[in-house]
Design a protein around this ligand. Structure first.
Ligand SMILES: NC(=O)c1ccc[n+]([C@@H]2O[C@H](COP(=O)([O-])OP(=O)(O)OC[C@H]3O[C@@H](n4cnc5c(N)ncnc54)[C@H](O)[C@@H]3O)[C@@H](O)[C@H]2O)c1
Length: 254
């Protein structure tokens, strides 16, 4: 039976996760809670957020959330500040939220393009801006931005999403440079095709799975927990000299 790591450096840490109510984000919230971290998350999903926080708090965890639409930067900053008063300033930030809605390149309007950037990129930048002063004051921190292998694979059918996701990688490297002198590490985790409820509802078919297994060196499907384990490592002191890089969790999807 597989056994997974416990990181003493994560116990008691104040952790902020965006998009924590479902999918990979929910698994990240669970994973930090299991390490004894204090976890605040942001989401628009009232029912999902409440159910997750109630479940984990019922098990003795310290998990709370603020409802906010991350496309609204002022609301996002307010929600981050509210969580900081409850759990202390975050010294771990996981910029996870995004939406991989499909769209044809011919139909993208300037407004839709802006909406895709707001959903998939802009809040990540401003969340970093909001938490960095607290991390500097604390003497360091760890930021994990969720990228995607969709654009590495030259995936089509959602070019405004993949454009935003590609930019996440550049954002990571620039912030790693600017924040590195403060011992703040900034990395990108790059998921392959992860079997979240949303993926299962919208895109998983037998044919798509067969094609994907062909592509992956490892043939098992990738559950959200595998991504969460990589995030834990990067957030922990065990990753003290890891920054500015991409950490793939894609089963060798070439
Ligand atoms: N699932 C995959 O196969 C896959 C592959 C590559 C990259 N990723 C990346 O992993 C991350 C998580 O993806 P996921 O598959 O778990 O997504 P998901 O749709 O399952 O969950 C995303 C969560 O973010 C929340 N959210 C979305 N937009 C929001 C907004 N404007 N304001 C507040 N909350 C919002 C949703 O309510 C949801 O709880 C994303 O950055 C995604 O791009 C996922």
């Amino acid at each position: 039976m597989p056994q997974f790591a416990t990181y003493p450096s994560l116990a008691g840490k104040s952790v902020l996760v965006t998009g924590g109510a479902s999918g990979i984000g929910a698994q990240i919230v669970r994973a930090f809670a299991a390490q004894g971290s204090k976890v605040g998350f942001l989401d628009v999903d009232t029912a999902g957020s409440t159910a997750l926080a109630d479940e984990l708090n019922g098990e003795g965890a310290a998990v709370g959330f603020e409802l906010c639409d991350l496309r609204d930067i002022e609301a996002t900053k307010g929600a981050i500040a509210a969580l900081a008063t409850r759990y202390g300033p975050a010294t771990v930030l996981v910029n996870n939220a995004a939406r991989d809605d499909r769209h044809g390149w011919e139909t993208v309007t300037p407004d839709y393009f802006d909406e895709r950037i707001a959903t998939n990129l802009k809040h990540m930048f401003f969340a970093i801006q909001a938490v960095a002063p607290g991390m500097i004051a604390a003497g360091g921190g760890a930021i994990v931005n969720m990228g995607s292998n969709s654009w590495w694979e030259a995936g089509g059918g959602m070019p405004a999403y993949t454009t935003a996701k590609a930019a996440v990688h550049g954002m990571t490297r620039s912030f790693a440079r600017d924040l590195g002198p403060h011992r703040i590490r900034v990395n990108t985790v790059v998921p392959g095709w992860i079997m979240t409820d949303r993926q299962k509802e919208l895109w998983v078919t037998e044919a798509a799975i067969a094609k994907h297994r062909d592509r992956q060196c490892l043939k098992d499907l990738i559950e959200p927990a595998y991504v969460a384990r990589m995030v834990l490592f990067l957030a922990s002191d065990d990753a003290a000299m890891c920054t500015a890089n991409n950490y793939m969790v894609e089963a060798g999807s070439i």
